[in-house]
Design a binder for this molecule. Sequence first.
Ligand code: HEM
Ligand SMILES: *[C@@H]1O[C@H](CO)[C@@H](O)[C@H](O)[C@H]1NC(C)=O
Ligand SMILES: *[C@@H]1O[C@H](CO)[C@@H](O)[C@H](O)[C@H]1NC(C)=O
Ligand SMILES: *[C@@H]1O[C@H](CO)[C@@H](O)[C@H](O)[C@H]1NC(C)=O
Ligand SMILES: *[C@@H]1O[C@H](CO)[C@@H](O)[C@H](O)[C@H]1NC(C)=O
Length: 319
Amino acid sequence: MMKISSLIACIVLFISSWRTVNGQLCPAFYEKTCPSALSTIKAAVKQAVAKEKRMGASLLRLHFHDCFVNGCDGSILLDDTPTFTGEKTAAPNNNSVRGFDVIDNIKSKLEAVCSGVVSCADILAVAARDSVVELGGPSWTVMLGRRDSTTASQGSANTSIPAPTLNLTALISSFRAQGLSTTDLVALSGSHTIGQARCTNFRARIYNETKINTLFASSLKANCPSASGSGDNNLAPLDRLTPTFFENNYYKNLKSQKGLLHSDQQLFMGGSTDSQVTKYSLDQNTFFKDFAAAMVKMGNIKPLTGTKGQIRKNCRKPN
Ligand code: HEM
Ligand SMILES: *[C@@H]1O[C@H](CO)[C@@H](O)[C@H](O)[C@H]1NC(C)=O
Ligand SMILES: *[C@@H]1O[C@H](CO)[C@@H](O)[C@H](O)[C@H]1NC(C)=O
Ligand SMILES: *[C@@H]1O[C@H](CO)[C@@H](O)[C@H](O)[C@H]1NC(C)=O
Ligand SMILES: *[C@@H]1O[C@H](CO)[C@@H](O)[C@H](O)[C@H]1NC(C)=O
């Protein structure tokens, strides 16, 4: 599971005052400085998901939207202020991303047991894994040692987070720009086997597209009026059958033209990714293995390590 290099980084860590080596993350980062960090996060995620299953999906998405904007640095968690406009109100996030209260709750618990030690960016990475596990998906070893940014970029959030209107070529480029492969794109998109989307993001698909199951499209129209501006925030499950279970049903949906988003169906429309979709639809173990590997890769996007950034005391604002 772990690469030899990360094991070495962790060993060196023990003798070099708790800094990541050469900017590398490692799984044991908090073992000495905050031994209860992982169990604290897991318990809080378990509680939040028990209260509302969708929260597992929302927490997974937060980590994705954090990592795609200048790396996994907790930037998405910074609140707007009168003098600062951050990522929360960027186009892909506004009225859409959620789970900030859960992260605040985790952060305050961690500050109580080991103040100033666990970064908000690492909380997001661990909470994403714990959420997937809680909803029945695969587990993986989360690499740790990310530090938090002191700023955020709305412009970069607007352009770096892929839009649901993208075609396959553009989706591949968007992931490629983050160092993620086409295989990673197809595996990570399996996240859409949980959670919900707003009418504004699938309206054009259900009213205007032909590569969609007709009954599926018409059943969605009842709660998503065609006129732009009406019912924009009405929700529909990304996987209609089992929206709170993490399995390979997403890929089965794509095979029957029941992808909710335009971008979802792009992965199975006669193009280069069809075979991978078919494979995952038939073989959940391979999907789980590839998904876990891709999550580790995504979690490695441009982390702030060493003396860069800071450990925020409150995830909503720089120290
Ligand atoms: C491949 C490109 C992707 C596109 C275009 C995309 C787009 C979207 C859109 C439009 C929504 C619905 C948002 C709303 O209507 O408010 C959504 C939801 C979601 N996305 Fe993605 N997404 C992509 C990849 C990913 C990845 C890589 C992950 C995680 C690793 C992910 C996790 C989720 C989850 C879990 C939800 C449901 C969130 C909730 O219910 O709160 N997505 N996505
Ligand atoms: C975010 O959503 C709110 C409420 O719908 C809206 O008033 C605001 O203009 C939106 N912000 C941006 C930057 O689009
Ligand atoms: C990001 O997109 C929103 C919504 O389209 C827009 O209001 C805002 O000005 C954009 N921000 C930047 C910095 O480009
Ligand atoms: C995909 O979208 C891009 C950007 O909108 C466009 O330039 C390109 O022609 C599209 N490619 C295909 C194959 O439709
Ligand atoms: C469907 O396409 C037509 C023609 O391009 C456009 O006028 C209409 O607004 C679209 N409807 C939706 C719901 O996207």
